[in-house]
Write a protein that binds this ligand. Structure first.
Ligand code: ZN
Length: 250
């Protein structure tokens, strides 16, 4: 008899699973609002149609599920055999019929959710490897999926915005991105401030930084490379319009 509820009782993990499931439902809603013909339209991602986004999000669920299966069985199963195969798979998926594309998203999301639900509490700590080669506990798969579904729902470009993304997701995303900049040293002289909060990211010790500020949603959108709408920038009191492009994230 398979359990019908999560095996983990860790409140932080359960909260993370809730954000991933909400994000999946949100992506599903935006996808369902698109007609089959509209799937052919452009997404916000350069060179990608909406079809590419849907195919990518579907194959991503399968790839993340492979990591959860790895944590469950101890048998090493990478997300993707190679980056080339991952990219080829997305190009292929984008050619699927609308019904097949929608099924890919639905079925892969359900499968991933079952893998999460049935993963024994202890196995959540088992180590797996991401496509970037990072070794992480299986718990990390929840966040990996969460940011995909929320951000790519915006990329469908049919009405979702970063304002729809829950604040804790935005804050973690911004922390991830600015952390990646810091690791690469690309945040030098760049200070990021979130309006109405004490939150600041980037080069917080620079003497004369370029300061980019805006709402948490606007700043995070800018940081992901999706435009400077809603942000303001200045250096030494002199406005910079528009804000300079954010350093590369991925
Ligand atoms: Zn993605």
């Amino acid at each position: 008899m398979v359990a019908r509820h999560d095996q983990t009782t860790d409140p932080v993990l359960l909260d993370g699973l809730l954000q991933a499931r909400r994000g999946t439902a949100f992506f599903a809603r935006k996808l369902n609002e698109l007609t089959d013909a509209e799937l052919d339209g452009d997404s916000l991602l350069p060179g990608w149609s909406r079809r590419h986004v849907v195919a990518h999000v579907g194959y991503n669920a399968r790839a993340v599920a492979r990591l959860v299966e790895w944590a469950a069985t101890g048998v090493e199963t990478p997300m993707y055999p190679s980056v080339e195969i991952r990219n080829h798979e997305i190009d292929f998926g984008a050619t699927l019929s609308p019904i097949a594309l929608r099924n890919l998203f639905d079925h892969s999301a359900v499968h991933l959710n079952v893998e999460w639900r049935d993963l024994p509490a202890d196995n959540w700590h088992h180590k797996v490897k991401t496509v970037q080669g990072r070794t992480v506990p299986a718990e990390e798969t929840v966040w990996m999926r969460t940011r995909e579904v929320w951000v790519h729902a915006v990329d469908l470009d049919n009405g979702a915005t970063f304002n729809d993304i829950p604040a804790p997701v935005l804050e973690r995303l911004l922390t991830d991105i600015t952390g990646a900049w810091h690791t690469r040293g690309t945040d030098s002289g760049l200070l990021i401030k979130v309006d109405g909060t004490d939150l600041s990211f980037g080069d917080t010790t620079a003497a004369a930084p370029t300061v980019v500020s805006g709402s948490l949603a606007a700043i995070t959108q800018w940081a992901t490379g999706r435009g400077a709408d809603g942000t303001t920038a200045q250096r030494g009191g002199e406005p910079i319009t528009p804000a300079p492009p954010a350093p590369k994230w991925i």
